[in-house]
Design a protein around this ligand. Structure first.
Ligand SMILES: Cc1cc2nc3c(=O)[nH]c(=O)nc-3n(C[C@H](O)[C@H](O)[C@H](O)COP(=O)(O)OP(=O)(O)OC[C@H]3O[C@@H](n4cnc5c(N)ncnc54)[C@H](O)[C@@H]3O)c2cc1C
Length: 382
């Protein structure tokens, strides 16, 4: 949310436009959408029309032709809508689905899916996780079997963001009889394809505005042209996709934590107990000073890593470090924000409870804390 030397004037202009849009067209509806447990599809369309979904994608497919940092700015500014579920729904489209389509898609698939996704006309979802395969992606069991010029898909996916409303889904599957990381293939499955079944809309602790689905594939026949990327390389395609997704988690956590801190600072300056603002008590002041320090450290690490990605590097260890550190920091910030708001923080009429519930997810999604530690420690030779 702050200015930084990695950003240029063009980035600053995009940030300003996005901030105005979010404040005017999203934030006023955060409470309503929370109650309704969802935000309308029209948000995708509106953001597509305004060019916000394609900031970092080629003009050739309807994007704005910006660089990677434009996506970072989108991730940050979306948190200003005060509903992390809305930010996640949009982020799943821009940084999971469109990232894969842009990197791996054939010209034909880009025309059929990337262009309408950037326009906000089609909503996509990415289906990796299965009931018995979460952190261990190599253990997934959704099967593909060739049948002439089609493949037949069978299996079950869960925890799919945008899964209920998606017009198409990117499915991670494996060839029957294969094991481990080899022979996995990505397929694009369109809504309405026989055997593509949204079996359940899942209820969650937080992130109520984002839809999360369980999806079943029952003899679902998909044409060969719908293979995304290289056949048999699906595992490696997903490992690539997870990198920017994790940094997206880190930068949006930093932006969210800044909001939690700002709201809390205002509150501790106003709320009085024992004849003085509670922010004047050393026990409160010092904890806020430490949280602000952690926030700044998370921001600098995330921006450092974003700069490396901009320069064409994909530093898995540093990305994992940024995600681990920033998301844990945001969780602490949300928890302390509730503590400093006292009973009011626990009431549904204040947004603090939502921040506290919503922020918990990001230590689980896109790879858990434990998996981040695995990645880091492996690269340390352990
Ligand atoms: C709201 C929400 C939205 C999501 N959106 C999507 C989506 O759009 N698409 C998608 O494909 N997935 C999505 N996910 C799934 C998410 O990525 C997984 O939940 C996550 O990867 C963890 O998998 P799991 O839930 O099966 O937990 P498990 O893998 O079963 O892990 C359970 C616990 O064991 C720990 N653990 C596992 N392996 C190790 C290890 N080697 N060492 C130490 N500890 C370990 C984990 O860290 C965790 O604490 C979403 C999840 C949620 C909750």
């Amino acid at each position: 949310m702050s200015d930084h030397p990695i950003f240029n004037d063009e980035h600053r202009a995009i940030r300003k436009t996005l901030r105005e849009f979010v404040a005017k067209e999203l934030t006023p509806f955060a409470d309503q959408w929370e109650e309704e447990k969802g935000f309308p599809d029209s948000v995708f369309q509106r953001m597509g029309q305004l060019g916000f979904l394609g900031l970092q994608y080629p003009e050739k497919y309807g994007g704005q032709g910006g660089d990677y940092l434009c996506g970072v700015i989108l991730a940050e500014e979306m948190m200003g809508c005060l509903s992390a579920g809305v930010a996640m729904g949009i982020g799943a489209q821009t940084d999971m689905v469109c990232a894969l389509l842009n990197k791996m898609g054939s010209e034909e698939l880009k025309e059929r899916f990337l262009r309408p996704a950037l326009d906000g006309e089609k909503i996509g979802c990415l289906c990796i996780t299965e009931p018995d395969a979460g952190s261990d992606v190599a253990a997934l069991r959704t099967i593909n079997e060739r049948d002439g010029d089609h493949y037949i898909l069978n299996g079950q996916k869960t925890f799919v963001t945008n899964g209920v409303r998606a017009d198409f889904a990117i499915m991670v599957t494996r060839a029957r009889g294969s094991e481990g990381a080899g022979e996995m293939t990505l397929f694009i499955v369109e809504k309405g394809t026989p055997g593509f079944i949204v079996s359940r809309k899942l209820e969650k602790v937080g992130m109520h505005t984002s839809d999360t689905a369980e999806i079943t594939l029952q003899d679902c026949s998909v044409p060969v042209e719908n293979i995304l990327g290289e056949e048999g390389q699906g595992f490696y395609h997903i490992m690539w996709e997870l990198q920017p997704e994790r940094l997206f988690g880190a930068v949006s956590s930093v932006a969210a934590a800044q909001i939690y801190l700002d709201i809390t600072l205002k509150y501790v300056k106003e709320r009085e107990q024992f004849g003085r603002p509670i922010g004047k008590f050393q026990a409160v002041r010092h904890r806020l000073a430490e949280l602000a320090t952690d926030l700044e450290a998370a921001r600098q690490l995330s921006y450092h890593v974003a700069g490396l990605i901009l320069a064409g590097e994909f530093p898995a260890k540093e990305i994992a470090m940024a995600k681990l550190f920033a998301t844990r920091m945001a969780n602490r910030m949300a928890d302390e924000a509730m503590q400093f708001h006292g009973g009011y923080g626990y009431m549904m009429e204040y947004p603090i409870q939502r921040f506290w519930r919503d922020s918990r997810l990001i230590r689980i999604g896109a790879g858990t804390d434990e998996i981040m530690r695995e990645i880091i420690s492996r690269q340390m030779g352990l």
